[in-house]
Structures are given as structure tokens and as C-alpha cells.
Design a protein around this ligand. Structure first.
Ligand code: FMN
Length: 166
């Protein structure tokens, strides 16, 4: 198995060390290489390093306090007017997010995926704060930073969850 898959864990505690623009661009390049429906690339990204903005958005959901101490965040949005079908939006964004999280590990960074939907409240708060058009669907926000916690690889392999058809 590739090392980044083994090492990736949700990281919610971060060092006080900035992430360079080059590294963030690298994460965004990884995102845009993800599989996506019809190769329409309907994703959009808001890349945030502004500390005040990170603090502001940390309170938009009870599940995202780590954003206040993150060095960066990437909000992944989907343009529903571009997508073949709304149901693809979450899949496209999810795959882009996983690429970011794995690339982050390879750069020595850690991150955590936080969903913004289907809660209308959370999505609306992001829409209002960033003054987004209605056709943009905020799907998730990834908090990022150099890890200040280490978590071991769990053994989650569970035969019972597999149906083999041979
Ligand atoms: C759809 C989805 C929503 C999530 N939302 C949050 C969240 O709001 N806050 C949070 O701290 N973690 C969130 N997580 C991270 C999960 O808690 C985490 O992936 C899970 O506990 C497994 O741990 P691991 O990522 O370290 O393997 C979310 C993950 C997914 C896939």
C-alpha cells in the first residue's frame, strides 16, 4: 500500500508554522488531477491562509473548531450549473479532497475533511460570508497545517464488510 494512505489520519492539531504558497498550489494541483464526472472539472476552490478568516469560519459549524488553529483551509465547492447532475457534485469534491489529504501527507502536512452539506445552515453561512453565487455548492472544508499530534494507523480491514464474487 502506498505510504501516504497508511500515514493519513485526520489531523486537528497544528504547529505554528506557515504553509508556503508553493505547497498550497501543489495541493490544489493534486486536487485537480482527481477523477471527476465527465472530466468537466466543475470544482472550485477557496484557498485561505488569512488567520482572521480562518477564525471567522471556524464557528460556522460546531464540528470545525480546528479551523481557528489551522495554517490554511481549502473550501471545495462545486458549480452545479456545470455538473452533469447534482448527485455528482459530492463525489467529485470528495475525490478532490482525498487527493489533497494524501498529497498533504507527502508534504509533511496534516489535514481533516469537514463536510458542509447537506446542512443548509452551514452551506448558507459559507455562501453569505464569501458572497458566493447560488450555483456554487460548498461541499467541504479541509483544515490544514503541520501536524501537532500523531495518530497510529488503525487496522480497519474487516472481512465481514466484503462480499467476494469469484
Ligand atoms: C463526510 C465527512 C464529514 C466529516 N466531517 C468532519 C467534521 O465536521 N469535523 C471533523 O473533525 N471531522 C470530520 N470528518 C473526519 C472524520 O471524523 C474522520 O475521517 C474519521 O473519524 C476517520 O478518521 P481518520 O480520517 O483519521 O481515518 C469527516 C469525514 C467525512 C468523510
Amino acid at each position: 500500500m502506498i505510504q501516504e494512505i497508511l500515514e493519513r489520519r485526520s489531523i486537528r492539531k497544528y504547529q505554528d508554522k506557515k504553509i508556503t504558497r508553493e505547497k498550497l498550489e501543489d495541493l490544489l494541483k493534486a486536487a485537480m488531477l482527481a477523477p471527476n464526472s465527465g472530466n468537466r472539472q466543475c470544482w472550485r476552490f477557496i484557498a485561505i491562509t488569512n488567520k482572521q478568516v480562518l477564525k471567522d469560519i471556524s464557528v460556522f459549524s460546531k464540528q470545525t473548531p480546528m479551523l481557528a488553529n489551522a495554517q490554511a483551509a481549502i473550501v471545495i465547492l462545486e458549480d452545479v450549473s456545470c455538473s452533469i447532475g447534482a448527485e455528482y457534485c459530492y463525489q467529485d469534491a470528495g475525490l478532490a479532497a482525498e487527493n489533497i489529504l494524501l498529497e498533504a501527507v507527502s508534504l509533511g502536512l496534516g489535514g481533516v475533511y469537514c463536510a458542509l452539506g447537506p446542512s443548509l445552515n452551514k452551506m448558507t453561512r459559507y455562501r453569505d460570508y464569501f458572497n458566493l453565487d447560488n450555483y456554487l455548492l460548498p461541499v467541504c472544508v479541509l483544515a490544514l497545517g503541520y501536524p501537532n499530534e500523531s495518530r497510529p494507523t488503525p487496522d480497519r480491514y474487516d472481512e465481514k464488510k466484503i462480499t467476494w464474487v469469484q
